[in-house]
Design a protein. Structure first.
Length: 134
């Protein structure tokens, strides 16, 4: 694993999460991020190493190797700060207390399968994107 890349762990069977990853990939002009499904061996290893309980955090996690990890709305906003054109709005929204942001985040996460659907298996990246996935 590249130690200078931030790692986005996502729910690999969630259509909303997969679309969010595609959104980030298209806008990650500085090649800041790498990706892994929470269900993958790498995803399970990374969460276990950090003591993250995936039964309570099952949607998105951002790992900044050697620095910190972020969950829920904070992870989403930290990802936004790494994308050109989204830094300002992410910084502004970061001013809202995380417990309030996470109420909205948890509501969406709770209903994401019903609203957006789910896949039977994790997304398999095409050969062009394979190097971005762990």
């Amino acid at each position: 694993m590249e130690s200078n890349k931030k790692i986005i762990l996502f729910d690999g069977v969630c259509n909303l999460c997969n679309n969010a990853v595609q959104f980030v990939i298209k806008r990650d002009k500085n090649d800041v991020f790498r990706y892994a499904a929470l269900q993958s061996e790498v995803g399970q290893q990374l969460t276990k190493e950090r003591g993250i309980d995936t039964s309570t955090v099952d949607s998105i996690i951002l790992i900044d190797p050697g620095t910190a990890y972020y969950t829920k709305s904070t992870a989403a906003l930290e990802i936004g700060k790494g994308l050109k054109g989204y830094r300002t709005i992410s910084s502004i929204l970061s001013g809202i207390p995380s417990n309030l942001r996470d109420i909205v985040y948890d509501f969406i996460a709770k209903h994401r399968y019903k609203w957006y659907g789910r896949k039977d298996q994790c997304m398999v990246p095409n050969p062009e994107l394979q190097s971005k996935f762990l």
